[in-house]
Design a protein. Sequence first.
Lengths: 322, 284
Amino acid sequence: MKEAPKPRVMRDVFLSALYDRMAQDDKLMVLAADFGSPVLDRIRSDYPGCFLNVGIAEQNLINVSTGMALEGHTVIAYAIAPFITMRCYEQIRVNLGILAQIRPLNVILVGVGAGCSYSVSGPTHQCFEDLSIMRVIPGLRFFSPCDAGSVARLLPRLIDDPGVKYVRMDAKPVTDVLSNHENDMVSGFSVLNRGAGPTIVSTGIMTHVAMDACSQLLNAGKITPTVVDIYRLSPMPDLAALGSVLAGTSVLITLEEGFVGAGGLDALMWQFMARAGLKIPEVRNVGWSGGYCFDPGKREELLKLHGLDVDSVMEVVSQCEK
Amino acid sequence: MEIDDGGIGEVVSKDGLKEKALWVWQQTLLLHKRAPETRVASSLSPIEIFTALFYGGVLDFNPALPLWPERDRLIISKGHGSICLYPILADLGFIERDSLLNICRSGSLLGAIPDPVIPGYETVNGSLGHGPGVACGIALALSKRRQKQSVIVVTGDAELHEGAVWEAVMFAGHNRLDNLVMIVDDNRCAMLDYTEKVLSVSPLLMKFEAFGWAAEEQDGHDVVSLSARLKELKHEGRGKPKVVIARTVKGHGVKALEESSLCHIMSLKPEEIDRAIRTRGTKI
């Protein structure tokens, strides 16, 4: 396997790419709910008319975004993931979901802090539910890029394909796990490794965990799993393309930093299998269980506590091979 | 469509305006007769507000081009209470007159709560409290482009219970959105009781002023003075957003509705509607 490049923060790469686009597009507008970053500071100073902090008011963030989008702006609404999805879910439903069926709106919701990115900040700052609730609104496209490279390649589509989109980003620096040609940003998924073992379907940071498990298994001379990263949860990945990857799989493991059995990635894959007519003999759904977690700690520690670290995933893989 | 000096739809005479308001009132009751599911009491209180906006020379609009870029943007936040707008939209040519006959029937554009599928409606407002924030976004965008159009948002008074309204009010005041006018249909009656008893919103003038708005009260049923004042207000550069608290009566013109704190959920029987129209008459 190639050596991973230096870890990068997804939102910084996103905002840098956005900054570059702003030189040619004066319709771009960033609205933030009092949430920032050093790269956002550059946008604020160099394009002051294209940025507004609406304050700690997520419902108004969505409503003001809607109003500006109705007048032709492409609006990037930016806040912490649990707040931009759940504090203002009804605003998203009414003003972006329902209204977008009648009037053209180009709005990109950027939620930073997927899963337990903010590992020491407790359950209010952790975001698991978005994996299910943001799949549900008709017409809303839901992206969960696993690395900064994906985010940079996604940006032109986010801006130029009109509609309402939610992008779930990790808050911490992550390595790039995908090379350019493996990630077409069209099919909704990428195959990172083809192995003789079970197939792991994962999203976000869990794709990194799956690939770390893969790497350790390879180094130990063991059978590796096929790893499929889902970077678009809604609409679901291309039926034919992902269907052909999964055809013949005898064991499927879904892996998410989200509540297991609660409508997230696991539910998406059950739905996918039904629609694709796939009958996979064994399916294991691995995710966050036990409710909300009040333990602070490093990300790896919380993942370990909830059976989502590399060792736990390797254990699941080995159980499936028996 | 040619726009004359009086503006599309403008009724210049005072008596003409009053007659128009009365006609809208009658048509609203007839709509309710066809569709008893409609919230008639909520739709009777803002009649003079909408009459003033469309016939009083306040709004710039083009029925042939409902999203005409040079229109004033009207956001009807109290959607359920705007059935009275249907006859206005039909009269002015936004929608076919015949569509009034099919209200709430399968295939009709006109439901009990309007949607922006109806020309003349810009946003989704069955759920309360969204209009002011969306109006702020529109006002901000127009201001960025230095466009002279205004954004008018009509809310209910009990609608001001919604926290999202006050997020928008703070935002508008802080950002000095002086192209934004809010009209509160202050009929003082929520769904289960009078607003004061459910959750008091007063004193409204002081609250809006504290948030950096220019605030005033008007008689919400005096269509002539309301028209004149809204026309002036639209052009007044106050350096801040503007609100008109329009004092109204829920169920205006129908005694049984006016006298009940539960009028929000009351439906009138056909004979009650006929009697109300006969009693009030169709001429001023």
